[in-house]
Design a protein around this ligand. Structure first.
Ligand code: AHM
Ligand code: MG
Length: 334
């Protein structure tokens, strides 16, 4: 286990042999994500200067075209992973279809596929609120030597070999797991180095924060309505505190540190909820479970769901174990 203040680079080298498939490829993959995240971080931090530097679609004073930040982040992550020839395929919330990467000598011999949401919560950018990147890594299931197929991407979340997020907040952090605990690293922007600031993160088993967009209350299923009323009831250690940033990565991050539950249920308008199983829910569920929390669609474990399409949506209940169990109880009994 890493020591506080160790750099992310040192941590990756030291823990390489713990990785399930220790050919070094997964370490190089995490390294690429670390690099891309620094580039995106730099751009996200300049977002408030948009009126000065030029808005999306405009040409700035240096003659450079300005891109929307989510498009920019998508390009940077894809380019970094493609150029280093580390993965055999990428699926992104920003792309309609998956991308095939043939790799060195067009041999299609790389093992891993990456699925990501390059800039989640991007509507928060205009108001200077935290956003994040979410990523998820699987071993391909089709044999190496031929291009990846949709099967390689439609795997249940329990097959993930790594997952993580970057939160571009008051500090920029990368939090990830390769199945041996969850560790958080904070970027020192002055020197561009991430330091292990949150070793072996643990989701508190109980919590007193609930995070849900209550504006949609009338459209929620009865079980969620009942659970919200339970959270608000004056009894035992309740009422709980309500905190909702509207940026999944930040809401999850706070709840993992303090103890809480995040809910994005199905609604009358969105019968499958809003969040994407492959790009958002599976990686967060993996991090929750590897830190002692849990994640459910209200009735079953997120990581057990067999996906049928890339952009599939799913209701999401994620956080402190006992809180998720209680919310599921209300769903079952509604
Ligand atoms: P996005 O992928 O379009 O950015 O949407 C995902 C975001 C999550 O980060 C956040 O938790 C949720 O959407 C907020 O949705 P809402 O505004 O409906 O509450
Ligand atoms: Mg998103």
């Amino acid at each position: 286990m890493g020591k506080r203040n160790q750099t992310l680079g040192e941590f990756i080298i030291e823990n390489q042999e713990e990785f399930k498939y220790s050919s070094g490829e997964l370490s190089r993959l995490i390294n690429s994500i670390r690099l891309a995240a620094k580039v995106v971080n730099h751009e996200v931090n300049k977002a408030g200067l948009v009126d000065i530097l030029g808005a999306a679609g405009e040409t700035n004073i240096q003659g450079e075209d300005q891109q929307k930040l989510d498009v920019y982040a998508n390009d940077i992550f894809i380019k970094t992973l493609t150029n280093r020839e580390i993965v055999c395929g990428i699926a992104s919330e920003e792309e309609d279809d998956f991308i095939t990467i043939q790799g060195r000598n067009k041999k299609n011999d790389n093992k891993y596929v990456v699925l990501m949401d390059p800039l989640d919560g991007s509507s928060n950018i205009d108001v200077n609120v935290s956003v994040g990147t979410i990523f998820s890594v699987y071993r391909r299931v089709t044999p190496a030597g031929s291009p990846v197929t949709i099967e390689d991407f439609l795997q249940p979340g329990k097959n993930q070999v790594a997952a993580g997020y970057i939160v571009y907040g008051t500090s920029t952090m990368i939090v990830y797991s390769t199945g041996h605990g969850v560790n958080g690293f904070t970027l020192n922007p002055a020197i561009g180095t991430y330091y292990l600031s949150h070793p072996n993160m643990q989701f508190p088993v109980d919590g007193n924060i609930y995070s849900v967009n209550e504006g949609n209350y009338v459209h929620f299923p009865q079980g969620v309505k009942d659970y919200i009323k339970y959270c608000q009831k004056e009894e035992d250690n309740r009422p709980y505190t309500s905190r909702y940033i509207g940026s999944l990565v930040s809401d999850f991050h706070r709840n993992m540190i303090k103890g809480g539950i995040y809910i994005y249920p199905n609604t009358a308008k969105d019968p499958q909820g809003k969040l994407r199983l492959l790009y958002e829910c599976n990686p967060m569920a993996y991090l929750a479970e590897h830190s002692g929390g849990s994640a459910s669609n209200g009735f079953e474990r997120i990581l057990d769901i067999i996906p049928t399409e890339l952009h599939q949506r799913v209701p999401f209940f994620c956080g402190s174990k006992n809180m998720v169990a209680k919310a599921e109880e209300f769903m079952r009994n509604a």
